[in-house]
Design a protein around this ligand. Structure first.
Ligand code: ATP
Ligand code: MG
Length: 413
């Protein structure tokens, strides 16, 4: 679990703001959710035989003996909130949310136990048009932020019935090579054979590569849906590769699944992943409601932005106010507020803690401000202020307090 320190947090804020603006411009509204949910919600949605539920959840009993879990992902909470608040009743929803998620994983670069996700969900939409739009929207984020080292993989998991047929084929195949399976996979063979395809064990890769592929077992409607998605992506100029082994680590997906991956971040290559989960609302006790969404890992997003040369200038003060001598501090405080009132967006930093002229000027320089405003006893008597450019060799000048806002607005624009 990391502390996001000043400086780094500037990059986070910049990227988060950009992404929020983009999804809002596509008509998505924010939903804010609790960090804790009943454990049962995640077991039922993500699936009992998944890495997350089997070994990654932070689960505890509260004082009342109820089993609660720190959310490992956002979709289950969005669906739970939508159901308890009647948001899906005869209406569609386009929602976004963001915040920390918790998974007890082996920490390494790009993989943390508290990490942040930006998450979008479109609930009530069944066509491939919304799947395409969600992907196009993410492509816009990369483009807007200068992120190039990223590619899109897509797959379709079909309907539940199609997956049952595929499952039979998988069980048959994996049973034939059972002596080569690792312990996890042998257990999954009985409980959830699709999960074997998700294995991260390098020794399993050759066996997984040779397994039957879902696309050969797709039902006609899902195949049509998948073609619809590809047609729209082609028309939008979003390139992709079809990856028949992309199954995603959560059980609730159906039909479209996709992942934006990068090679720029070592083995933690998944930056943004998502898919359709048409069965989830019903599984959680609601009326059958189609839905699709994606989640982006913000740590990996930030790292990729930087790997692509992205830089965010640290916010710096515009002016630094130095006050020296009797009665000047009160006037300097009032001046700072006047400037904040009258110059749009101005960043004013007050010298706090007194100090000699020299030490105040040192701090002014360190603040990154363009100008120091110097208010001494003489300036106070003359109703003016010393305006000292800090980033050029221009001379210090004296400006009447009445003209200061206008002068600064001009100089800073
Ligand atoms: P991975 O295959 O890397 O474990 P995942 O399939 O478990 O990813 P999702 O559950 O789909 O990931 O979560 C969506 C996104 O959240 C991922 O694409 C990734 O960017 C990010 N993410 C997932 N787990 C972590 C983690 N432990 N630390 C940081 N980011 C993570
Ligand atoms: Mg994972």
């Amino acid at each position: 679990m990391n502390d996001i320190l000043p400086g780094v947090s500037d990059t986070w804020r910049y990227l988060e703001t950009a992404v929020q603006e983009i999804v809002r411009s596509y008509g998505y509204s924010e939903i804010r959710l609790p960090l804790l949910e009943h454990t049962d919600l995640f077991k039922r949605s993500i699936g009992e035989v998944t890495d997350i539920v089997e070994k990654e959840m932070y689960t505890f009993s509260d004082r009342n003996g109820e089993s609660l879990t720190l959310r490992p992902e956002a979709t289950a909470g969005v669906v739970r909130a939508g159901m308890t608040n009647g948001l899906f009743h005869n209406q569609k929803q386009k929602l976004w949310t963001s915040g920390p998620m918790f998974r007890y994983e082996k920490p390494q670069a790009g993989r943390y136990r508290q990490f942040y996700q930006f998450d979008v969900e479109a609930v009530g939409y069944d066509g491939p048009d919304v799947d395409a739009e969600l992907i196009i929207m993410s492509a816009r984020m990369w483009q807007r932020l200068g992120i190039s080292k990223i590619r899109l993989e897509i797959n379709s998991l079909g309907t539940t019935e199609a997956r049952v047929r595929y499952r039979t084929a998988l069980v048959e195949y994996f049973s034939g090579v059972k002596n080569q399976l690792d312990e996890d996979s042998i257990r999954r063979l009985a409980q959830n054979p699709l999960r074997i395809l998700d294995s991260k064990n390098p020794d399993m890769q050759a066996i997984v590569e040779a397994a039957p592929v879902m696309l050969d077992y797709l039902d006609e409607e899902s195949a049509e849906h998948f073609r619809g998605l590809k047609t729209l992506l082609d028309a939008a100029g979003v390139s992709y590769t079809e990856n028949p082994r992309l199954v995603r680590g959560l059980d609730y997906y159906s039909r479209t699944v996709f992942e934006w991956v990068t090679d720029a971040l070592g083995s933690q290559g998944a930056v943004c992943s998502g898919g359709r989960y048409d069965g989830l609302v019903e599984k959680l006790g609601g009326r059958a409601t189609p839905a699709v969404g994606w989640a982006m890992g913000i740590e990996r997003f930030v790292a990729l932005f930087e790997a692509c040369g992205g830089e965010v200038p640290a916010p710096q003060a515009d002016v630094y106010i130095a006050a020296l001598g009797d009665g000047t501090l009160q006037r300097a405080f009032a001046l700072a507020e006047e400037l904040r009132d009258s110059v749009d967006g101005i960043q004013v930093e007050m010298n706090l803690g007194g100090g000699s002229f020299k030490s105040q000027m040192k701090r002014a320089d360190k603040s990154g401000a363009q100008f120091a405003l110097i208010l001494g006893e003489q300036e106070l008597a003359d109703a003016c202020v010393g305006l000292k450019p800090l980033r050029s060799t221009d001379e210090q000048s004296s400006v009447a307090l009445d003209d200061l806002a206008e002068t600064l607005a001009k100089k800073l624009s």
